[in-house]
Design a protein around this ligand. Structure first.
Ligand SMILES: Cc1cc2nc3c(=O)[nH]c(=O)nc-3n(C[C@H](O)[C@H](O)[C@H](O)COP(=O)(O)OP(=O)(O)OC[C@H]3O[C@@H](n4cnc5c(N)ncnc54)[C@H](O)[C@@H]3O)c2cc1C
Ligand code: SF4
Length: 327
């Protein structure tokens, strides 16, 4: 770990002040709980001259339920989200995902905004400065080639946040504030399949809230990690579904840890009105294996992450379906 450089720490009191700070300091970074960013700074991966601390912005710390759904501020901590009774009752996948992030200390400080905007990860990137220098750095940071796919010209570092897949299957939208005002987009549109630039945020933009609909499907989130007590997902899978008798009425599956972005599995609409039998579970398994793109970015082999993601998806679908009384 390297010592932190001298830096400016700005503490805006409103979203507008945070946007103004980002525009005035183009190399500045937003700071949530700092549980990921500060580690990367101590490793010399990024060394911003200015940090814009969002923890004093009251507007983004609210968790509000009303008739039309749930609004979660970007500054809400993972511990508060994990402890919220309404979230656990109505949006269990989100509650399970929040509880599965890192350790208790990280969850006390770590925020929803920081989790959604987490940097992508790779064994050649999340290393000390001297280690990366000894390996001539890499495409994502100061180097010229990707050690994972040396013949390619893109970075395959994996997005490894736990909340995003749960929010994706629950139909989340994010509100983003920037110099041109505010916009609301489906959460999936926040992400790009590019390990170097995986967020579709424009200069000066801040994630303000996440919005969930009031009538969520039944849901679950499960991850596989190297150390059970505290670790990023090697693969994390969220499933939301509705059941109609012995048939699936709706099915959504989202994944994290396997690609440079979290994503909703495509083509699950074709499973609606089908009986949930072994043949269907095998099809889900095949669909996941086709759409995930794990690369050699973790110590665990890529094919393990592919197979385990598919196995989790079909297993959670079967368990969740079985847990619902036939309608
Ligand atoms: C040992 C260890 C284990 C971990 N395990 C996990 C894990 O299992 N799962 C997991 O998901 N994470 C894990 N983490 C990462 C981290 O603790 C969490 O993801 C946490 O939620 C990050 O939130 P934060 O507020 O601390 O983000 P920060 O570190 O403050 O910021 C992360 C990124 O988000 C940006 N950002 C913050 N707020 C906003 C905003 N409002 N708008 C736009 N951009 C913003 C920052 O600029 C930065 O780029 C782990 C970290 C450590 C050190
Ligand atoms: S995938 Fe390649 S470019 Fe990206 S961080 Fe890893 S080694 Fe670097």
């Amino acid at each position: 770990m390297t010592a932190l450089n001298a830096l400016n720490l700005l503490r805006p009191g409103s979203v507008d002040e945070a946007i103004a700070a980002l525009l005035a300091h183009p190399g500045g970074w937003l700071l949530g709980g700092g549980t990921d960013l500060l580690v990367n700074m101590r490793r010399g991966v990024t060394q911003p001259e200015t940090l814009i601390d969002t923890t004093g912005i009251a507007e983004i710390k609210q968790l509000v339920a009303d008739g039309s759904g749930l609004t979660i501020g970007a500054g809400v901590t993972l511990a508060s989200l994990a402890a919220d009774g309404l979230v656990a009752a109505r949006y269990p996948a989100l509650s399970e995902a929040a509880r599965a992030v890192a350790g208790p200390g990280h969850r006390k400080l770590g925020t929803v905004g920081g989790n959604l905007c987490l940097d992508t990860r790779c064994i050649y990137y999340n290393q000390s400065e001297w280690w990366r220098r000894a390996n001539s750095y890499c495409l994502k940071n100061r180097g010229e080639i990707c050690h994972v796919a040396p013949k390619g010209n893109r970075c395959h570092a994996a997005f490894s946040g736990d909340l995003a897949p749960a929010l994706l299957v629950l139909g989340a939208e994010v509100e983003i504030a920037g110099p041109d005002g505010r916009r609301r987009i489906p959460l999936g549109e926040l992400y790009v399949e590019d390990g170097r630039a995986h967020l579709a945020l424009r200069p000066g933009e801040v994630v303000v809230t996440v919005r969930l609909p009031a009538d969520p499907l039944a849901s679950r989130y499960v991850k596989v990690r190297q150390r059970g007590a505290i670790d990023y997902p090697l693969a994390g899978v969220a499933v939301a579904l509705a059941r109609s008798g012995s048939r699936l009425a709706q099915l959504r599956i989202a994944l994290t840890g396997t690609n440079s972005r979290p994503f909703l599995l495509a083509e699950t609409a074709a499973f609606a009105q089908r009986s949930l039998d072994d043949a269907l579970l095998r099809e889900i398994d095949r669909l996941v294996q086709k759409q995930v793109q794990p690369m050699r970015t973790t110590l665990m082999p890529a094919n393990y992450r592919r197979v385990v993601a598919a196995a989790l998806a079909s297993r959670i679908t079967a368990e969740l379906f079985a847990s619902l009384a036939p309608a």
